[in-house]
Structure formats: structure tokens, C-alpha cells
Ligand binder design. Sequence first.
Ligand code: SF4
Ligand code: SF4
Length: 140
Amino acid sequence: MSQVNQVNRESSNKVIFECKCCGHCCHGVATVSVSEEEQKRMAAYLELELNEFRSKFLVQGKHSTSMKIIDGHCIFYGPDGLCSVHPVKPFHCKRWPLHPSILADEAAWKAIKADCPGFSKDATWEDAKELVRKSMNGTK
Ligand code: SF4
Ligand code: SF4
């Protein structure tokens, strides 16, 4: 789920995005990649040795390392519907759903909006691009 909790449209103060904590983005057949640094932070957070953390929670793919899927969701998706490693979750989880692909591709925006109920129904592609730019500049 997103770390981007709520973003307002500046001109009207209307909420364009607010994470509903629905957990949809933590479900699926695969998870995001986890860098070496992120693995170390997560292992430290869980007070585990790195190798133990890796064997318990990660899966090594051909090109990247990602989190295991259990019962159709990320292994860190808790029974309370929240991320159990929220303070140290991977960058790709923190950034979601403000993915840079939105900037160049309206189809990507439509697909992400359809997948994430956090966007208001009347949020436009222009709104989304503005949020992505702000997020990349660290101004939101
Ligand atoms: S799918 Fe969207 S609204 Fe639901 S948890 Fe993920 S970011 Fe939040
Ligand atoms: S690390 Fe947390 S936010 Fe990221 S997919 Fe897993 S449960 Fe969801």
C-alpha cells in the first residue's frame, strides 16, 4: 500500500489521491524488487541476520530479488490488512501508485487508476502527471 497518503489539487484543494489501505497493490502473482540496501534495512527492522531474512522472506529471480508471495499476497501483508514492514518497505512500494510511466503513457495512467481505488473518480491524466512530477521532485 502507498506511503503517499493524501495529495490535494492545489487550485481547488480537492483530494486527487488518498490511499484507502485496501491492500490491492500487495496482492498478485509477484511483488516488487528489493535492493541490497533495502534487504539490509528490512532485516535489521525484523532483527534477523541477513541470510535468515533472505531465506524466509525473499525469492531470487533471474534478474532481481523480490518478496515471496503467500496465499496470493506479499509475505509482509499482515492479517490486519496493513504492511508489516511499513517503515522500511521497498522504494517501489513507497512510490506506488505514482509511477513514472504515468508521465509518458496515458494507457499506463488508465491501467493504474483502474487498479487503485485511491484515485478520485474525476482525477485526470494531467492531475496524475502533476502528482508524479511533484513526487519525483520531492515536493509532495
Ligand atoms: S491499491 Fe491504491 S488505495 Fe489500495 S492500498 Fe494500494 S495504493 Fe492504497
Ligand atoms: S512490502 Fe508491504 S507495501 Fe510492499 S507489497 Fe509487501 S505488504 Fe505491500
